[in-house]
Design a protein around this ligand. Structure first.
Ligand code: ADP
Length: 202
Protein backbone atom coordinates (compact mmCIF):
# COMPACT_ATOMS: atom_id res chain seq x y z
CA UNK A 1 0.00 0.00 0.00
CA UNK A 2 1.34 3.46 -0.91
CA UNK A 3 1.07 4.88 2.65
CA UNK A 4 3.12 2.05 4.07
CA UNK A 5 5.65 2.24 1.28
CA UNK A 6 6.25 5.95 1.75
CA UNK A 7 6.65 5.48 5.53
CA UNK A 8 9.16 2.70 4.89
CA UNK A 9 11.11 4.87 2.43
CA UNK A 10 11.12 7.75 4.91
CA UNK A 11 12.44 5.46 7.63
CA UNK A 12 15.11 4.16 5.29
CA UNK A 13 16.22 7.71 4.45
CA UNK A 14 16.30 8.75 8.13
CA UNK A 15 19.91 8.84 9.40
CA UNK A 16 20.58 5.84 11.64
CA UNK A 17 21.41 8.16 14.57
CA UNK A 18 17.75 9.35 14.56
CA UNK A 19 16.30 5.84 14.65
CA UNK A 20 15.32 4.37 18.01
CA UNK A 21 18.02 2.31 19.82
CA UNK A 22 16.01 -0.88 19.35
CA UNK A 23 15.56 -0.21 15.61
CA UNK A 24 19.33 0.41 15.29
CA UNK A 25 20.12 -2.75 17.25
CA UNK A 26 17.65 -4.75 15.15
CA UNK A 27 19.12 -3.60 11.83
CA UNK A 28 22.65 -4.30 13.11
CA UNK A 29 21.65 -7.82 14.16
CA UNK A 30 19.88 -8.51 10.87
CA UNK A 31 22.90 -7.33 8.92
CA UNK A 32 25.05 -9.92 10.68
CA UNK A 33 22.46 -12.67 10.52
CA UNK A 34 22.31 -12.95 14.30
CA UNK A 35 19.03 -13.68 16.07
CA UNK A 36 17.65 -11.69 19.01
CA UNK A 37 18.54 -13.16 22.42
CA UNK A 38 16.16 -15.73 23.85
CA UNK A 39 13.64 -14.58 26.44
CA UNK A 40 12.33 -18.01 27.36
CA UNK A 41 14.47 -21.07 27.99
CA UNK A 42 13.23 -24.57 28.71
CA UNK A 43 14.80 -26.99 31.18
CA UNK A 44 13.45 -30.46 30.40
CA UNK A 45 13.94 -33.66 32.35
CA UNK A 46 12.28 -36.49 34.18
CA UNK A 47 12.55 -34.81 37.60
CA UNK A 48 11.53 -38.07 39.25
CA UNK A 49 11.81 -36.44 41.77
CA UNK A 50 13.44 -33.01 41.74
CA UNK A 51 16.85 -33.10 43.50
CA UNK A 52 19.04 -30.33 44.85
CA UNK A 53 21.16 -30.77 41.70
CA UNK A 54 18.13 -29.73 39.61
CA UNK A 55 17.36 -26.89 42.03
CA UNK A 56 20.91 -25.60 41.61
CA UNK A 57 20.71 -25.73 37.79
CA UNK A 58 17.34 -23.92 37.83
CA UNK A 59 18.68 -21.14 40.10
CA UNK A 60 21.70 -20.69 37.83
CA UNK A 61 19.48 -20.60 34.73
CA UNK A 62 17.36 -17.85 36.28
CA UNK A 63 20.53 -15.73 36.52
CA UNK A 64 20.97 -16.03 32.77
CA UNK A 65 17.46 -16.13 31.28
CA UNK A 66 14.59 -13.76 32.02
CA UNK A 67 12.09 -16.64 32.01
CA UNK A 68 12.42 -20.39 32.39
CA UNK A 69 9.99 -23.22 31.79
CA UNK A 70 10.85 -26.34 33.75
CA UNK A 71 9.23 -29.13 31.77
CA UNK A 72 8.59 -32.62 33.09
CA UNK A 73 8.96 -35.07 30.20
CA UNK A 74 6.86 -38.21 30.35
CA UNK A 75 5.89 -41.04 28.06
CA UNK A 76 2.30 -42.20 28.69
CA UNK A 77 3.03 -45.62 27.13
CA UNK A 78 6.17 -46.62 29.00
CA UNK A 79 6.67 -44.34 31.92
CA UNK A 80 8.48 -46.18 34.70
CA UNK A 81 8.67 -43.16 36.95
CA UNK A 82 8.02 -43.35 40.69
CA UNK A 83 5.95 -40.16 40.69
CA UNK A 84 3.20 -39.16 38.28
CA UNK A 85 3.86 -36.16 36.01
CA UNK A 86 1.43 -34.11 38.14
CA UNK A 87 3.28 -35.02 41.35
CA UNK A 88 6.61 -34.12 39.77
CA UNK A 89 5.25 -30.77 38.60
CA UNK A 90 3.88 -30.12 42.12
CA UNK A 91 7.24 -30.79 43.74
CA UNK A 92 9.07 -28.42 41.36
CA UNK A 93 6.44 -25.72 42.00
CA UNK A 94 6.87 -26.18 45.72
CA UNK A 95 10.65 -25.75 45.44
CA UNK A 96 10.24 -22.46 43.57
CA UNK A 97 7.12 -21.06 45.19
CA UNK A 98 9.06 -17.87 46.03
CA UNK A 99 10.22 -17.06 42.50
CA UNK A 100 7.03 -15.69 40.95
CA UNK A 101 6.23 -15.68 37.25
CA UNK A 102 9.81 -15.90 35.95
CA UNK A 103 9.43 -19.64 36.26
CA UNK A 104 6.74 -21.82 34.71
CA UNK A 105 6.42 -25.52 35.54
CA UNK A 106 4.73 -27.73 32.99
CA UNK A 107 4.77 -31.28 31.63
CA UNK A 108 4.90 -32.55 28.08
CA UNK A 109 5.07 -35.67 26.01
CA UNK A 110 6.45 -36.03 22.49
CA UNK A 111 9.44 -34.33 20.95
CA UNK A 112 11.16 -31.73 23.11
CA UNK A 113 11.90 -29.44 20.15
CA UNK A 114 8.21 -29.40 19.16
CA UNK A 115 7.28 -28.54 22.73
CA UNK A 116 9.95 -25.79 22.81
CA UNK A 117 8.52 -24.35 19.59
CA UNK A 118 4.99 -24.39 21.01
CA UNK A 119 5.97 -22.38 24.08
CA UNK A 120 8.29 -20.03 22.15
CA UNK A 121 11.53 -21.22 23.80
CA UNK A 122 14.67 -21.04 21.67
CA UNK A 123 17.08 -22.34 24.28
CA UNK A 124 17.21 -25.73 25.95
CA UNK A 125 19.05 -25.88 29.27
CA UNK A 126 20.66 -29.15 30.32
CA UNK A 127 22.83 -29.97 33.29
CA UNK A 128 26.15 -31.78 33.10
CA UNK A 129 27.53 -33.95 35.84
CA UNK A 130 30.59 -36.13 35.44
CA UNK A 131 31.90 -37.09 32.00
CA UNK A 132 29.35 -39.90 31.84
CA UNK A 133 26.58 -37.40 30.94
CA UNK A 134 28.52 -36.04 28.01
CA UNK A 135 28.04 -38.76 25.41
CA UNK A 136 24.26 -38.90 25.80
CA UNK A 137 23.85 -35.13 26.01
CA UNK A 138 26.05 -34.64 22.95
CA UNK A 139 23.90 -37.02 20.88
CA UNK A 140 20.67 -35.41 22.07
CA UNK A 141 21.95 -31.93 21.28
CA UNK A 142 22.99 -32.92 17.77
CA UNK A 143 19.67 -34.64 17.11
CA UNK A 144 17.70 -31.65 18.40
CA UNK A 145 19.82 -29.33 16.25
CA UNK A 146 19.14 -31.55 13.25
CA UNK A 147 15.39 -31.34 13.94
CA UNK A 148 15.27 -27.60 14.75
CA UNK A 149 18.45 -25.70 13.86
CA UNK A 150 17.11 -22.48 15.42
CA UNK A 151 17.02 -23.96 18.93
CA UNK A 152 20.25 -23.83 20.93
CA UNK A 153 21.21 -26.08 23.84
CA UNK A 154 23.25 -24.67 26.71
CA UNK A 155 24.86 -26.66 29.50
CA UNK A 156 25.22 -25.74 33.12
CA UNK A 157 27.12 -27.41 35.91
CA UNK A 158 25.69 -27.63 39.38
CA UNK A 159 27.69 -26.99 42.52
CA UNK A 160 30.30 -29.69 43.05
CA UNK A 161 28.41 -31.00 46.08
CA UNK A 162 25.73 -32.27 43.66
CA UNK A 163 28.11 -33.75 41.12
CA UNK A 164 27.00 -37.29 41.97
CA UNK A 165 23.35 -36.57 42.70
CA UNK A 166 20.82 -38.16 40.40
CA UNK A 167 17.14 -38.91 40.91
CA UNK A 168 17.79 -42.58 40.26
CA UNK A 169 20.51 -42.91 42.89
CA UNK A 170 18.61 -40.86 45.46
CA UNK A 171 15.56 -43.14 45.08
CA UNK A 172 17.70 -46.24 45.37
CA UNK A 173 19.48 -45.04 48.53
CA UNK A 174 16.22 -43.79 50.09
CA UNK A 175 14.53 -47.12 49.37
CA UNK A 176 17.10 -48.80 51.66
CA UNK A 177 16.63 -46.20 54.37
CA UNK A 178 19.83 -44.30 53.49
CA UNK A 179 20.33 -40.66 54.34
CA UNK A 180 19.50 -38.41 51.38
CA UNK A 181 18.67 -35.33 53.44
CA UNK A 182 20.95 -32.84 51.75
CA UNK A 183 20.39 -34.17 48.28
CA UNK A 184 16.68 -33.38 47.83
CA UNK A 185 14.40 -30.66 49.21
CA UNK A 186 12.84 -31.65 52.58
CA UNK A 187 9.31 -32.02 51.21
CA UNK A 188 10.59 -34.67 48.79
CA UNK A 189 11.62 -36.78 51.81
CA UNK A 190 8.00 -36.61 52.97
CA UNK A 191 6.87 -37.93 49.59
CA UNK A 192 9.34 -40.81 49.81
CA UNK A 193 8.18 -41.86 53.27
CA UNK A 194 4.90 -43.60 52.36
CA UNK A 195 6.56 -45.42 49.47
CA UNK A 196 9.40 -47.08 51.36
CA UNK A 197 9.12 -49.57 54.20
CA UNK A 198 12.26 -48.21 55.85
CA UNK A 199 11.64 -44.50 56.17
CA UNK A 200 14.39 -42.17 54.99
CA UNK A 201 15.74 -40.09 57.90
CA UNK A 202 14.66 -36.48 58.30
P1 ADP B 1 17.29 -37.47 32.74
O1 ADP B 1 15.98 -38.15 32.96
O2 ADP B 1 17.63 -37.16 31.31
O3 ADP B 1 18.44 -38.03 33.55
P2 ADP B 1 16.83 -35.65 34.77
O4 ADP B 1 15.41 -35.40 34.99
O5 ADP B 1 17.50 -36.49 35.81
O6 ADP B 1 17.09 -36.06 33.31
O7 ADP B 1 17.62 -34.29 34.73
C1 ADP B 1 17.36 -33.29 33.78
C2 ADP B 1 18.64 -32.58 33.46
O8 ADP B 1 19.27 -32.19 34.67
C3 ADP B 1 19.67 -33.43 32.71
O9 ADP B 1 20.32 -32.58 31.79
C4 ADP B 1 20.62 -33.87 33.78
O10 ADP B 1 21.93 -34.06 33.24
C5 ADP B 1 20.59 -32.65 34.69
N1 ADP B 1 20.96 -32.98 36.05
C6 ADP B 1 20.34 -33.83 36.90
N2 ADP B 1 20.97 -33.88 38.09
C7 ADP B 1 22.02 -33.03 37.99
C8 ADP B 1 23.09 -32.66 38.88
N3 ADP B 1 23.20 -33.17 40.08
N4 ADP B 1 24.00 -31.75 38.44
C9 ADP B 1 23.90 -31.26 37.20
N5 ADP B 1 22.94 -31.58 36.30
C10 ADP B 1 22.02 -32.45 36.69
Amino acid sequence: MPATRSRTKAAARRPSSRRSPSARASSRTKARGVAEPAQMAVYPGSFDPITNGHVDIIRRSLRVFPRLTVAVAYNPNKDQAMFTPAERVDMIREAFADVGDRIVVDSFTGLLVDYADRIGARVIVRGLRAVSDFEYEFQMTMMNRHLKPNIETVFMMADESYFYTSSRLVKEVASFGGDVRNLVPDFVLDRFAPRFARKPRR
